[in-house]
Design a protein around this ligand. Structure first.
Ligand SMILES: Cc1cc2nc3c(=O)[nH]c(=O)nc-3n(C[C@H](O)[C@H](O)[C@H](O)COP(=O)(O)OP(=O)(O)OC[C@H]3O[C@@H](n4cnc5c(N)ncnc54)[C@H](O)[C@@H]3O)c2cc1C
Length: 267
């Protein structure tokens, strides 16, 4: 006889810790839009009010992880970094975005979904809670939710960028093995590059301060040679980072084209 799946619902953060302790192999679920199959025993956390909110502070936005993607799109776009807003808007369709959550997008197992690169480039921070502990992790260091922890807050720094590029690779509004996101952010002072951030995420994620620092202080416009040298350094970094990983070759070419294209936007 087929065993039916069990779904439990948490109403508070404490419910999560209680259920995780009480029921063996129970797995957290938010909007449940990511996996085709539900786990045998799931704990739905999307109705937890204390985890569904957004607050704008002077220098950063704070999101409860269970905020849906549609709720994020209700915020005035001028108040959010453009690359983040565009990335949310590019995900799936209205019906899916009405139930899909920010937490689910960040905590996906085995793949970096559409919001990963924007959050990495923008230096977002995650708050994770266990029953006894609260830890903070920069997105650049995040790979998966540690055992016994749940994502409890996302902190998104705000700021204006002179050049802000967000591009999706692979099919629109869908995730396949060819999907990835690319973000390029740059600021100049007195015609020199003052701040530069580049992030790529999909089958793996990539951000390197060493790479970004190569161009800090460089005068604009960049020479063809400077762009070429930078793209070569990006190529080396990409190859090192995805060594031993099965990654569709097209992503490499697309990443390098986007690095070159973005640098050419700096005038
Ligand atoms: C037709 C279609 C198109 C799609 N297109 C896109 C797309 O373009 N881009 C994209 O990025 N995604 C896409 N998706 C995938 C998915 O809808 C999104 O990634 C969505 O944001 C996932 O959120 P969710 O709430 O449904 O996550 P869920 O499926 O509920 O959960 C995903 C994972 O997150 C974990 N999790 C959830 N909340 C927490 C928490 N608080 N703490 C710790 N772990 C947690 C769960 O345990 C689970 O492992 C698409 C899906 C469909 C069906």
């Amino acid at each position: 006889m087929l065993k039916s799946k069990q779904i439990y619902y948490a109403k508070t953060l404490n419910d999560i810790f209680y259920q995780k302790k009480s029921i063996k192999d129970i797995q957290l679920m938010s909007g449940c839009t990511q996996d085709k199959k539900l786990p045998e025993i799931s704990l739905c956390v999307r109705n937890i009010r204390e985890l569904n909110y957004s607050i704008k502070h002077e220098r950063f936005f704070e999101f409860g992880p269970e905020i849906t993607l549609s709720q994020i799109l209700e915020i005035d776009p001028a108040k959010l970094p453009s690359v983040f807003y565009e990335a949310v808007k590019s995900i799936a369709n209205t019906n899916i975005r009405n139930i899909a959550t920010l937490a689910g997008n960040i905590c996906a197992k085995n793949y970096r979904y559409t919001l990963f690169a924007p959050l990495v480039a923008l230096d977002a921070k995650l708050e994770l809670k266990s029953e006894t502990e609260t830890i903070y992790l920069p997105m650049t260091k995040f790979s998966e939710v540690p055992e016994n922890f749940v994502l409890s807050k996302i902190i998104l720094p705000l700021g204006e960028w002179e050049v802000a590029v967000f591009k999706r690779l692979g099919p629109a509004h869908l995730i396949t093995e060819n999907s990835a996101s690319f973000v390029f952010l740059a600021d100049t002072v007195k015609n020199q590059i003052a701040n530069l951030k580049i992030a790529f995420a999909g089958p793996f994620s990539l951000r390197s301060l060493e790479l970004e620092n190569r161009l800090l202080g460089a005068s604009l416009p960049l020479s063809e040679n400077a762009i070429l040298e930078f793209v070569e350094a990006a190529e080396k970094l990409y190859d090192e980072t995805c060594q031993n990983k099965q990654v569709p070759p097209i992503l490499r070419a697309q990443f390098l084209n986007l690095v070159k294209y973005s640098l050419e936007q700096l005038t």
